[in-house]
Every structure is written in structure tokens, then in C-alpha cells.
Design a protein around this ligand. Structure first.
Ligand SMILES: Cc1cc2nc3c(=O)[nH]c(=O)nc-3n(C[C@H](O)[C@H](O)[C@H](O)COP(=O)(O)OP(=O)(O)OC[C@H]3O[C@@H](n4cnc5c(N)ncnc54)[C@H](O)[C@@H]3O)c2cc1C
Length: 452
């Protein structure tokens, strides 16, 4: 029935657009969208035509870019997926200080295009993630220091289809309220078909970073956590810690710290992260990498398929005792059958200057949060769902208590889906609610941390 109806949409779309019932792959299959049909659009007009068609016939729709959104979806039946992956162009301005990134471009294709044009652009740090999927919620990435802000701060203009099916240009002077709202809560307000973002012209020999992993045995856990807590990251440095598997065949849990220093050398890198080297890692893979390889080691982490409920917390400080408790809970879960790829993630990004001054400019909240923490339960056996949710919720609560806040200041792109909206949108929520009533009064964009 749904498919037959959609056959009447197909003739209205551009040549090359298709409609299929084959589901698109996603990073996690846990509570993933329930797609009835997928419309593979090839133009902005196709997006607008599909949105209008869905409105006229009462279908709920959802845009998909990189398919990495790990939050749980509401399980809406007969959902229409608007697959943006053909809108994947990346076009540099003649002066190379801006780039127009298509609504379906992923990180790796964007980095490749930027590298070929001798520029750097701010993207997420995993090659399979949708560039705009990440940017519209905030956008953490290695180049925050270089660009001087988060992903939302690098956006200069958006082209988007709004709930009424109109195609709009949105920037600081044209629809400024929508520009504010979409830079933090984008998926609630429109389907972005392209974004103009800042780019930094940079010669090839300067498009490098000193980067790699240090691996520690678990007895060093408290020291590692304390060192990360105390490191003052300069704007061009990033540090992550993972609890993860050492690999086949026995998947012993280990502590992995990844380091990144823009234009670093082995000497400046080791000096910047000296406290972590002093602890005595059992392995050190750091080396100098070109721009196109900064994310390569994280590729296994981008794999689509399998079940991966994630729970998160934004933290102001790290308590080694709490991180030991998290380790113990993680190790218990990770040894269950098929769960060996599960991981705990801690991200430390530099505290970019002017954070507070930027808050009124974009709706992204929680700029003062210093660390992002997440437990990624990862398995194939559906029977583990209950254990995964229990483990994830318990770990999230350990983080909340250790941080001393009533709530977790969750990053929308890392959140699980069960958090109160106040926790996701922070102080921006009241104004976002007002703007939602103005721009999406029928609540057409209702699948992603729906603002009501
Ligand atoms: C392996 C991995 C690595 C990650 N690394 C980072 C990182 O380095 N930095 C970071 O900030 N986040 C990171 N994230 C989180 C990431 O930002 C979110 O998962 C994000 O939602 C993914 O966007 P997507 O387009 O890949 O996913 P999708 O599932 O396609 O989209 C997620 C949501 O965004 C909406 N959306 C996507 N594109 C558009 C568009 N063009 N217009 C309107 N709405 C759109 C979708 O409708 C959906 O609601 C990572 C996630 C994973 C799984």
C-alpha cells in the first residue's frame, strides 16, 4: 500500500532518484528507524517534493545521512527515509576560505575533497559519520582549535527544506532565528541539503598531525584518568581514552589513550602529553600522519550493523574511583558472548576561548562541558539487550554522581534517547520550543529528540 502510493511520487522526482523498500544500513540496529520505504533523492528539489508528498499523505519522514545516529528511534510504523547520500558534493570557493558541503556527504569523502583542494575543514573524527549529521548537533572534531569553535560555529549558511516543504537559505541575516535553532537542534527544523562552512587554506606539508595510541594495562587506570584530568589541552591538541578489547582471540580489556597534536613532532607530542608517557604505556603507536589518515585507526569503530545501545554523560571533572567502578562494570559486560567489541569512551577536547560569548549565537548548549563520556555496548545477540541497557544506565549514573550535577548535560549526538529534553537542549530549550511552534507547528520533524 505504502509502496504503491510512493510510485506516484517517483515520476515527480529527478532522473536518477529511486524509491526502494530495501533498508539502508545503520551503525546500530538497536531501536533503529522502522523504514517502510526509502526515497533516494538526487537534488534539493527531490527533498522538497518528498517532504510535501509526505505531508499531503500523512507519512512521517526522517532524513538519513551517515546512518551513525545511535539514539533510539520512536518505532514509528511506515516511516519514510529520505536518503541524502547522493547529495555528497564538496565544493570549495575560489579563495578556499569556505566550502559548500552536501547534506549527504560523509567525513571521509569531505576530507578527501578538502585535501585535494589544499584546505582543512572541521568534521567529526570518524570516516563513516555524516558531516552534517554531526555538525547540526554541535560537531566535535580535531580541528576545533584551528577553526576556532565547534562544528556549529563553522557553519556560515544552510540550505534546507523546512516542514512546509519550502527550500530556504538560512544565515545570520536571512531567517536568523532558524539559523540559531538549527545549529544545535538542526534535525528538529529541516532537512539540510547543503551547508557553507569555514575552510582553512593549508599547504600539504602543514596538513599533518602527530597522532597514535598508547596502551596501558588496567593497573594504571587511576593514573591515566588523573593525568587526563590534569592535562591542559592547548587548542591544537585532543586526547581520548577508551576501555576496549586488545583484539582476538581472547579480547583482554585494556586501556587505550589516543593522542592528536596538529603539526606536532615526536618531540612536541611527547612534551605535550608527558604525564601520560611517564605512566609507562606497554605500547606506543604514535607517528606523523597526513590529514587523510587522521581517522584511519578508528575505521573499525565506524562499522555498520550489530546492536550498540550507547549511554553518555558530559563531565566537568574526572574521578578515578568512579572510572574504576565503570571499568568493573564494563569488564563484566564485555566478557558476555558476542560483546567483546563494547567500549567505554572518554573524549577531552581543548577548551576553546570565547565559549561563553558564542552561546547566544547558536542553540548548542553545554559549551562548558570538559569531557564527553560514553559506554558503547556492542553485540549481536538480541538477548543481551536487557543486560546492555542495565549496564549502560548504571555506568551513566556512576558518571552523574561523580560529577556532582543533578543531570548529565548530554551531547545530543551522543545521547541514548531516554534523557529529558532539558538535559539535551539545556538553557536553549524554551526558545527552541517557541521556534518549533513557529517553524514546525505540525511537528513533522519528530524522530530525533523531538522538541515539543
Ligand atoms: C563511529 C562514530 C563516530 C562519531 N564521531 C563523532 C565525532 O567525531 N564528533 C561528533 O560530534 N560526533 C560524532 N559521532 C556522533 C555523531 O555526530 C552522531 O551519531 C550523528 O547523529 C551522526 O550523523 P549521521 O548523519 O552519520 O547519522 P544519521 O543517523 O543519518 O543522522 C542522525 C540524525 O541527524 C539527522 N540528519 C542527518 N543529516 C541531516 C541533514 N543533512 N539535515 C537534517 N538532519 C539530518 C537525521 O535525520 C537523524 O535524526 C560519532 C558517531 C559514531 C557512530
Amino acid at each position: 500500500m505504502v509502496v504503491e502510493l510512493f510510485e506516484s511520487l517517483l515520476p515527480k522526482l529527478s532522473r536518477g532518484a529511486t524509491i526502494t523498500t530495501d533498508p539502508l544500513s545503520r551503525w546500530s540496529t538497536y531501536k533503529a528507524p522502522n523504514a517502510a520505504v526509502t526515497v533516494n533523492v538526487t537534488s534539493e528539489l527531490d527533498v522538497a517534493t518528498t517532504v510535501r508528498f509526505c505531508n499531503e499523505h500523512g507519512f512521517t519522514f526522517l532524513a538519513q545521512n551517515g546512518g551513525s545516529g545511535w539514539a533510539t528511534f520512536p518505532g514509528t510504523k511506515d516511516l519514510v527515509i529520505i536518503n541524502l547520500s547522493n547529495l555528497n558534493s564538496v565544493v570549495l570557493a575560489a579563495d578556499k576560505t569556505t566550502a559548500v558541503i552536501g547534506g549527504g556527504a560523509r567525513v571521509y569523502e569531505t576530507i578527501t575533497a578538502a585535501d585535494s583542494a589544499d584546505v582543512l575543514v572541521l568534521t567529526g573524527n570518524c570516516n563513516g559519520v555524516g558531516v552534517l549529521g554531526a555538525l547540526l548537533g554541535g560537531g566535535y572534531g580535531n580541528l576545533m582549535g584551528k577553526i576556532g569553535g565547534m562544528g556549529v560555529d563553522s557553519i556560515l549558511e544552510l540550505r534546507a527544506v523546512t516542514a512546509d516543504g519550502a527550500m530556504r537559505t538560512i544565515n545570520a541575516s536571512q531567517e536568523p532565528d532558524l539559523f540559531w535553532a538549527m545549529r544545535g537542534a538542526g534535525p528538529n527544523f529541516g532537512v539540510v541539503t547543503s551547508a557553507t562552512v569555514k575552510a582553512c587554506p593549508t599547504q600539504k606539508d602543514k596538513r599533518i598531525a602527530w597522532s597514535g595510541a598508547l596502551i596501558y594495562t588496567e593497573d594504571k587506570l587511576e593514573q591515566v584518568v588523573e593525568a587526563i584530568q590534569n592535562i591542559e589541552l592547548i587548542p591544537h591538541a585532543v586526547c581520548f581514552m577508551y576501555y576496549g578489547s586488545s583484539g582476538p582471540s581472547n579480547h583482554v580489556p585494556v586501556i587505550i589513550v589516543t593522542l592528536w597534536l596538529f603539526q606536532g613532532t615526536p618531540e612536541s607530542g611527547k612534551a605535550s602529553f608527558k604525564p601520560l608517557f611517564d605512566i609507562g604505556p606497554v605500547m606506543d603507536t604514535t607517528s606523523i600522519l597526513p590529514y587523510t589518515e587522521w581517522n584511519t585507526s578508528a575505521n573499525p569503530f565506524c562499522t555498520h550493523a550489530e546492536r550498540k545501545p550507547v549511554f553518555t554523560a558530559g563531565l566537568d571533572k574526572l574521578d578515578p574511583k568512579a572510572w574504576r567502578e565503570v571499568w568493573n562494570k564494563y569488564v563484566e559486560f564485555q566478557k558476555l558472548p558476542t560483546a567483546h567489541a563494547s567500549a567505554v569512551l572518554l573524549e577531552a577536547y581543548p577548551n576553546i576561548e570565547l565559549d561563553a560569548a558564542r552561546t547566544p549565537l547558536a542553540s548548542f548548549p553545554h559549551r562548558a562541558v570538559r569531557f564527553q563520556a560514553a559506554i558503547l555496548t556492542w553485540y549481536t545477540d538480541e538477548q543481551l539487550d536487557k543486560a546492555a541497557v542495565k549496564c549502560g544506565k548504571e555506568i551513566r549514573e556512576v558518571w552523574r554522581k561523580s560529577n556532582g550535577r543533578d543531570f548529565n548535560a548530554s551531547y545530543v549526538n551522543f545521547a541514548h534517547g531516554d534523557e529529558p529534553l532539558e538535559e539535551i537542549y539545556g538553557d536553549s530549550l524554551p526558545r527552541l520550543r517557541e521556534l518549533k511552534r513557529k517553524w514546525d507547528p505540525e511537528d513533522r520533524f519528530n524522530q530525533w529528540f523531538n522538541i515539543q
